[in-house]
Design a protein around this ligand. Structure first.
Ligand code: V47
Length: 354
């Protein structure tokens, strides 16, 4: 059957059909994705007031795409104390943030309790701050470094007050590409296993996909299908976040960069293929805010948040170091024809700016 009809009937596409979506013209594809988005959320676009904290950039791993790690082209090694982390979280709380998104590099000098202790401090001092922390790659690193099972690390996270897991570390699941990009880091199966274990604890997480480097369309589709299979099993993913590869200050040599059209197509394909993941997030730090606003017409219903400070993508060239002011964010969404809808970390609506 014609794939357009299949999507209109809301039938699931297999891998081959999913790949075929890319051959549709941009506007047809956008229209299909937008139809699904509108069915679910109308014109609402979600965001939250959040604070990204990256407590250390000292990393035992060597991902070619990374510009953030101190061992890359941006040496300036640091590891924050728990007091410093708490101070940042407290300031953000006063400014309205109710989520801290804490992601670290894989620092082999600080110990597992440095990771967990930071969460405990924030939990004790700010009981209603949502702690979104620890990528699947960090869980895998701690497990290997300290001889712990994934279950043991996940249990420690729960005990230390982590509420949900961000989607980082997924990169691209295809084993051959992954080996080239980030050899030695968590395997694809390991990343999925960690999220499976987290979901089994009744907790939610997100899933990212790093694209626009050396992968091909079929690898993106493969990535989405593997996530869809896990989501069928657990239902624990809140959002899918395609991250556009940023090219500066790293060791990955990429000649051809993605066009805006290919980025928008990828948002639309993910909205259609991931029929069981509710939210598609256009993380403006990697798309630019302008393209993120357009992505709202191509299936994306979430723009992440105000961020406040951002180190990972901005080290690689993105214009996101200082986040975005709330009033600016709200008026950009409004002016693009959508309804800014402030949410909490689990997508409960807090305020609709109509
Ligand atoms: O996994 C690293 C990516 C991720 C580059 O869950 C790069 O809500 C682009 O996961 N160009 C970490 N991306 C960030 C992340 C995230 C961000 C926003 C929201 C959520 C969420 C999660 O950053 C890493 C890696 O894939 N990354 N280097 C780069 N040069």
């Amino acid at each position: 059957m014609d794939i357009v009809k299949k999507v209109e009937r809301r039938e699931r596409l297999d891998r081959r059909e999913a790949l075929e979506l890319y051959n549709l013209d941009l506007l047809t594809l956008g229209e299909l994705a937008d139809g699904i988005r509108r069915d679910r959320f109308g014109k609402k676009s979600f965001f939250n007031i959040n604070r990204h904290i990256n407590p250390t950039n000292i990393c035992a791993d060597v991902c070619k795409f990374c510009a953030y790690s101190a061992s890359r082209k941006n040496p300036n090694p640091y590891a924050m104390s728990h007091d410093e982390i708490l101070e940042i979280a407290k300031k953000s709380y006063i400014n309205g943030a109710r989520e801290v998104h804490i992601v670290s590099a894989h620092n082999d000098r600080v110990g597992v309790d440095w990771y967990m202790g930071a969460f405990r401090r924030v939990r004790e001092e700010l009981p209603d701050m949502h702690i979104k922390a620890m990528t699947g790659a960090e869980v895998d690193f701690l497990s290997r470094q300290y001889g712990l099972s994934y279950d043991e690390v996940l249990d420690m996270m729960v005990e230390s007050g982590v509420d949900s897991m961000p989607g980082g570390g997924a990169e691209i699941f295809d084993e051959e590409i992954r080996e080239y990009l980030c050899k030695g880091k968590v395997s694809s199966a390991g990343w999925l296993d960690i999220h499976r274990g987290w979901h089994r604890r009744g907790k939610m997480s997100n899933a990212t996909m790093l694209f626009g480097h050396i992968e091909k369309r079929e690898h993106r589709v493969d990535h989405m299908v593997r996530l869809r299979e896990l989501q069928d099993e657990t239902g624990g993913f809140n959002a899918f976040i395609p991250l556009v590869y940023q090219r500066k200050n790293n060791f990955l040599k990429v000649k051809d960069f993605l066009t805006g059209q290919e980025i928008l197509k990828t948002y639309a394909v993910s909205r259609i293929v991931l029929d069981n993941i509710p939210h598609i997030k256009a993380y403006w730090a990697t798309t630019t805010i302008n393209l993120a606003l357009i992505a709202q017409e191509f299936g994306a219903d979430d723009l992440d948040g105000t961020i406040e400070k951002e180190s990972i993508q901005s080290s690689a060239g993105a214009d996101s170091r200082d986040g975005m002011k709330l009033h600016e964010f709200v008026s950009l969404i409004k002016n693009s024809g959508f309804i800014p809808t402030q949410r909490d970390s689990l997508y409960n609506e807090l305020k609709v700016y109509s």
